[in-house]
Design a binder for this molecule. Structure first.
Ligand code: NAD
Length: 260
C-alpha cells in the first residue's frame, strides 16, 4: 500500500486517464479527491471508489478559476488534513490549422492546461510545505510535450509549457522534498481522443480509420494505443518515489512513438 493515508488530488478525474489514476491511487490506500468540472461524473467516480471500500470524495473544480481551485483544495484539506500528491491532469483538445485557429479556442485551451496547472500547484504547495512531509506534483503532458503535429498548435504549445513549469517547481520545491514530474502519453482511447478522430478526418480529408492508422499509431513500434492503465502505473511510480532523485523529469509512455 504505497499510498496508505496519502492525500491525492487528481484534476480531470471524472473521465479517462484521470479517473484511472484516481482508481489506482485509491486501491493503493490513498485518500483521493476527484476534482472536475463534471460534478455528476466526479461524484459517480468517488462513489465507485467508496463502494469498493476505499476512500474518495468529489470536489467541484474548474481549474481555470482561482476561486474554485482554492475552495476545492481547502475542502480537501478540511476533509483529509492536507495534500501529499497533486495530479494536474484536466485537459481538452482542439484542432484547427493555425491560420484558422480561433483566438478564443487558443485562450481556452491554454487556460485549462497552463493556468490550471499553475493555479492547482500554487494552491497545493503551501500545504505540502507546512506539513513537512514533502509531496509529489505530476503534470499530464503528452508526446506533444516533445513533438509537434499538424492542427494542434495550442495543445503542443501548452504541453511544452508544462515541462517548463515542472522544472521550475522541481527547483523551488526541492528543499521541502516536493518533487515535480511530467507524464507524456501517446494516444490513449478516451473521450478526448474519440472526439478528435472525426475532427482530424474532416480537417485532413481522410477517413477515420486512416486517422487512427496513419496519424495516431503510425510511428508506434507495434501499432497499439497506450492505455489508461499504462499511464496510471507511471503516475504511481512518480507519486510514490521516495526522494528528490526523481524530479524535474518527463517520461514518455507511447509504445515507442517518441523515443528520447
Ligand atoms: P477526457 O476528456 O477523458 O478527460 C478530461 C477531463 O478533464 C474530463 O473529465 C473533463 O471534465 C475535465 N476537464 C476539462 N476541463 C476542465 C476544467 N476547466 N476544470 C476541471 N476539469 C476539466 O481526456 P483524457 O484523454 O483522459 O485527458 C486527460 C489528460 O491527458 C489531458 O491533459 C490530456 O491532454 C492528456 N493526454 C491525453 C492523451 C490521450 O490520448 N487521451 C494523450 C496524452 C495526454
Amino acid at each position: 500500500m504505497k499510498f496508505q493515508d496519502k492525500v491525492c488530488i487528481v484534476t480531470g478525474a471524472a473521465s479517462g486517464i484521470g479517473k484511472e489514476i484516481a482508481l489506482t491511487f485509491a486501491r493503493e490506500g490513498g485518500q483521493v479527491a476527484i476534482a472536475d468540472l463534471q460534478q455528476g461524473a466526479a461524484q459517480a467516480c468517488a462513489n465507485e471508489i467508496t463502494q469498493s471500500g476505499c476512500t474518495a470524495m468529489a470536489v467541484a473544480m474548474d481549474v481555470t478559476s482561482e476561486a474554485q481551485v482554492h475552495a476545492a483544495v481547502a475542502q480537501v484539506v478540511a476533509a483529509y488534513g492536507g495534500v501529499d500528491v497533486l495530479v494536474s491532469n484536466a485537459g481538452i483538445q482542439t484542432v484547427h490549422p493555425l491560420e484558422e485557429f480561433p483566438f478564443a479556442d487558443w485562450k481556452k485551451l491554454l487556460a485549462i492546461h497552463l493556468d490550471g496547472a499553475f493555479l492547482t500547484t500554487r494552491a497545493c504547495l503551501p500545504h505540502m510545505r507546512f506539513a513537512g512531509k514533502g509531496g509529489s506534483i505530476i503534470y499530464m503532458g503528452s508526446v506533444h510535450s516533445k513533438e509537434a503535429s499538424k492542427l494542434k498548435s495550442a495543445y503542443v504549445t501548452a504541453k511544452h509549457g508544462l515541462i517548463g513549469l515542472c522544472k521550475t517547481v522541481a527547483k523551488e520545491g526541492a528543499e521541502h522534498g516536493i518533487r515535480a514530474n511530467v507524464i507524456c502519453p501517446g494516444f490513449v482511447r478516451t473521450p478526448l481522443v474519440d472526439k478528435q478522430i472525426p475532427e482530424q478526418a474532416k480537417a485532413l480529408g481522410i477517413s477515420e480509420e486512416e486517422v487512427i492508422q496513419k496519424v495516431m499509431l503510425r510511428e508506434t513500434v507495434d501499432g497499439e494505443f497506450t492505455t489508461v492503465q499504462d499511464v496510471a502505473q507511471v503516475a504511481l511510480l512518480f507519486a510514490s518515489f521516495g526522494s528528490n532523485a526523481l524530479t524535474g523529469q518527463s517520461l514518455v509512455v507511447s509504445h515507442g512513438w517518441f523515443m528520447q
